[in-house]
Design a protein around this ligand. Structure first.
Ligand code: UGA
Length: 364
C-alpha cells in the first residue's frame, strides 16, 4: 500500500510510522521539516522523507505527483496547540484551512482516499455548558456524536475558536468533495491522545519555547521544580486515550477501507475521564512512583486564570465525552489502556528523556 503522510514528523505521525513501517507492506512518502521524532526510520527503504512544509514554494508539484500514485493520503499537518489559537490566529487559520485546501483539491482531482485529522474542538462547547442549572445529567446535552451533535463556538472576539472553525471548514470542504465529486474520505476527531513524544518541553527541546498542551505543561513543572498551574480552577474535563489505542484505530481503518471510508470518527476513551485538577493530582502521584521520590506527591499546584495563562480571547471546551459507537461498530475498535497506564508510560518517557540527574526540590 502506498501512503502519503503530511506532517509525518509530529506526535501522531511518528507513532503511525512506527506501527506501519515496523509491520511492513507499506511504502510511505512523508512531508515534515522536522525528523527529530522519526530519526529511526530515516534509513528505512520504504520511507521517503521530504523535509519541507507542504506550503513551501514548488512543493505542491511534487506532492501532486505522489498523490497521483498513492492509495491513501494522511493529513496530519496542523497548528494544534491552544496557546497559539488566540496569540497566532492568522497562522492558525492558514495552517489548518488554507494550507490544507490545495491538498484536498488534489485528492478530489485524483479521487484519492483522504484521511484527515480534525479535532474534537469542532464540537466547541457542549449544550450543557450554555444551559442554566446542572445539565450534565443528560448525555443528550453533552455527549459528542459525530453525525448529530451541533458544533457550537463562542464569539469571534474569543479567538480560541480560530482553530476549531478552520478545522470545521476543512471538514466541510472534504465532505462537499465527497458529495459532489465522489472523493473518498475519513475524518478523525482525536480526543486528547497522550503518549511518548507528545509536544515538547519548553527550554529543553532545542529552541522551542512557548506553552505546550497540558501534559507537557505539567511535566515541565515537575521536571523544573516549578508549581503546576491550574487554569480557572482545573474544572474542565477531558477524556484521555493512549496513542497506541489510537494507532490501532488507524490501522483498522487501513484494513477495512469499505467501513472506514466516507465516515467521521471520534477516537477517544470514555473510561479515562478526569478534570484537569484530578489530572494534576494523578500526575504528581505517578511522578513520585517513577522517581521513587515521595515528596512529588505534594508537588505544588497553584491556581491561575485563563487570561493570565493564555491571554485575551481564550475560552475553554468544558467537557469531551465521545460517543464511540461508530468506531466500535464499523471498525471493531475499543480502547483498552487505562489512564494510570497511559500516564505511567508517557511520564516515564519524559523522565528518561529530559530529567537531569540532580534536581533541587521546591518545598511543598
Ligand atoms: C487541545 C487541542 O486544541 C485539540 O485540538 C486537541 O484535539 C486536544 O488538545 C488533544 O490533545 O486531543 P485541549 O484539551 O484544550 O485541546 O488542550 P490542553 O492544552 O491539553 O488543555 C487541557 C486543559 O488543561 C484546558 O482546560 C487548559 O486550560 C488546562 N491547562 C493547560 C491547565 O490547567 N494548566 C496548564 O498548564 C495547561
Amino acid at each position: 500500500m502506498r501512503i502519503i503522510m503530511l506532517g509525518c514528523g509530529g506526535f501522531i505521525g511518528s507513532h503511525l510510522l512506527d506501527r506501519l513501517l515496523d509491520e511492513g507492506g507499506f511504502e510511505i512518502h512523508g512531508w515534515d521539516p522536522s525528523d527529530r521524532k522519526i530519526a529511526r526510520h530515516l534509513t528505512n527503504p520504504n520511507f521517503h522523507l521530504h523535509r519541507n512544509t507542504t506550503n513551501s514554494p514548488g512543493e505542491l508539484a511534487e506532492i501532486e505527483s505522489e498523490i497521483a500514485q498513492a492509495d491513501v493520503v494522511f493529513n496530519l499537518a496542523a497548528i494544534c496547540n491552544p496557546a497559539e489559537y488566540n496569540t497566532r490566529p492568522l497562522d492558525t487559520i492558514y495552517a489548518n484551512l488554507f494550507d490544507i485546501y490545495p491538498i484536498v483539491e488534489l485528492c478530489a482531482k485524483y479521487k484519492k482516499w483522504l484521511v484527515s485529522f480534525s479535532t474534537s474542538e469542532v464540537y466547541g462547547r457542549t449544550l450543557s455548558s450554555y444551559l442554566p442549572g446542572d445539565n450534565y445529567s443528560n448525555p443528550d446535552f453533552y455527549e459528542l456524536r459525530e453525525d448529530e451533535t451541533p458544533l457550537i463556538m463562542g464569539p469571534i472576539s474569543n479567538q480560541r475558536w480560530t482553530y476549531a472553525c478552520a478545522k470545521q471548514m476543512t471538514e466541510r470542504l472534504i465532505y462537499a468533495h465527497n458529495q459532489e465529486n465522489g472523493m473518498p474520505f475519513t475524518i478523525i476527531r482525536p480526543l486528547n491522545f497522550f503518549g511518548p513524544k507528545m509536544d515538547y518541553i519548553p527550554g529543553r527541546d532545542g529552541s522551542s519555547d512557548g506553552v505546550p498542551r497540558v501534559l507537557a505543561c505539567f511535566m515541565t513543572a515537575l521536571l523544573d521544580n516549578k508549581p503546576m498551574q491550574l487554569v480557572d480552577g482545573g474544572l474542565a474535563q477531558r477524556t484521555i486515550v493512549s496513542i497506541h489505542d489510537a494507532v490501532d484505530a488507524m490501522r483498522l481503518m487501513l484494513k477495512f477501507p469499505d467501513k472506514a471510508q466516507n465516515q467521521i470518527f471520534n477516537i477517544g476513551n470514555r473510561n479515562n475521564e478526569v478534570n484537569i485538577a484530578e489530572l494534576a493530582e494523578l500526575m504528581r502521584l505517578t511522578y513520585a512512583k517513577i522517581t521513587g521520590d515521595l515528596s512529588y506527591k505534594n508537588h505544588p499546584i497553584v491556581n491561575t486564570t485563563s487570561k493570565q495563562f493564555y491571554g485575551e480571547g481564550y475560552e475553554d471546551c468544558d467537557r469531551r465525552m465521545p460517543d464511540l459507537s461508530k468506531a466500535e461498530t464499523l471498525l471493531g475498535w475499543t480502547p483498552t489502556k487505562p489512564l494510570a497506564e497511559v500516564l505511567l508510560e508517557t511520564m516515564s518517557y519524559y523522565h528518561q528523556q529530559y530529567a537531569s540527574p540532580v534536581q533541587e526540590k521546591v518545598s511543598a
